[in-house]
Design a protein around this ligand. Structure first.
Ligand SMILES: C[S@@+](CC[C@H](N)C(=O)[O-])C[C@H]1O[C@@H](n2cnc3c(N)ncnc32)[C@H](O)[C@@H]1O
Length: 252
């Protein structure tokens, strides 16, 4: 990673295929710490508010039956954690993320919504979750798994901390099947999105990385195989908005 221009703090990242795992983790931390202030706005703007509907759908698929606890992994600014707490009034929510700037931003939202009694956000690593086995009914990772090199470890950790018959959910941007929508989406991701992001963030390279990481994410079939490989059952994929996003669900 080299800095091109210290004044605008613009940076250049190697392509996803050329990064080693440690480099990638460092770049992911750098990116999210640098876009925190604009993160929520850019999410809504660049997805035409679809991100809100996708999280809502995820929350609607949740099933609480034993611990009444939800763990939001890679919680970022806490949107999914807050959606869950607002939807299920008897559920306690924890969100973890390894970029403290994102967590701090989320904590302001928890305060503003008076949810401190049921929503706890804190630093935590998705590949080494601090909670004991069987502590939650449901865990989810929204738009975070794409950034985690060791996806198998992250999924195993999610499975470990939920109770039997609990749910592991992954919401992630995907590429539509080859054809018109895939070409249109590829053009948007690589041609338009980084240019739009340039207007709003000091780090447009973050959005070049975003396009790159989406295009390099496993296909739906491959990701379902990965979920099954960690021992999850009834693994299914629900395509959202012409397959631009997918909600994956597996049971323990
Ligand atoms: C695109 S954001 C998604 C945030 C949030 N879940 C949402 O729905 O908007 C990805 C988040 O994943 C976090 N992340 C990536 N790798 C992580 C890891 N190994 N442990 C914890 N958080 C991680 C990043 O810090 C970032 O906040």
């Amino acid at each position: 990673m080299k800095r091109k221009d210290a004044k605008t703090q613009s940076v250049e990242y190697p392509s996803v295929q050329d990064m080693n795992d440690d480099q990638r983790i460092g770049i992911v931390k750098d990116i999210f710490a640098s876009v925190t202030d604009k993160y929520d706005f850019l999410n809504r703007f660049l997805s035409l508010r679809r991100d809100v509907a996708w999280r809502k759908r995820t929350v609607n698929e949740m099933n609480f039956f034993s611990t009444n606890r939800f763990l939001d992994v890679a919680t970022g600014t806490g949107d999914l954690a807050l959606d869950c707490a607002n939807t299920y009034e008897n559920v306690n929510v924890v969100g973890v993320d390894f970029v403290q700037e994102m967590v701090n931003n989320g904590l302001k939202k928890v305060d503003a919504q008076n949810l401190n009694n049921r929503v706890e956000l804190k630093w935590g690593d998705a590949t080494n979750i601090e909670f004991e086995d069987n502590s939650f009914d449901v865990t989810a990772n929204a738009f975070g798994i794409r950034n985690i090199p060791d996806k198998e470890k992250a999924l195993s950790e999610m499975k470990r901390i939920i109770v039997n018959n609990g749910q592991v959910m992954v919401l992630e941007l995907t590429t539509p099947e080859p054809g018109f929508w895939r070409s249109t989406y590829g053009f948007y991701l690589n041609g338009i999105l980084p240019k739009l992001a340039k207007w709003f963030t000091k780090n447009p390279a973050a959005y070049e990385y975003l396009a790159d990481s989406i295009m390099n994410f496993p296909t739906r079939k491959e990701f379902l195989v990965l979920m099954k490989s960690v021992g999850l059952k009834n693994c299914r994929a629900i395509p959202l908005t012409f397959g631009v996003c997918t909600l994956y669900i597996g049971d323990k």
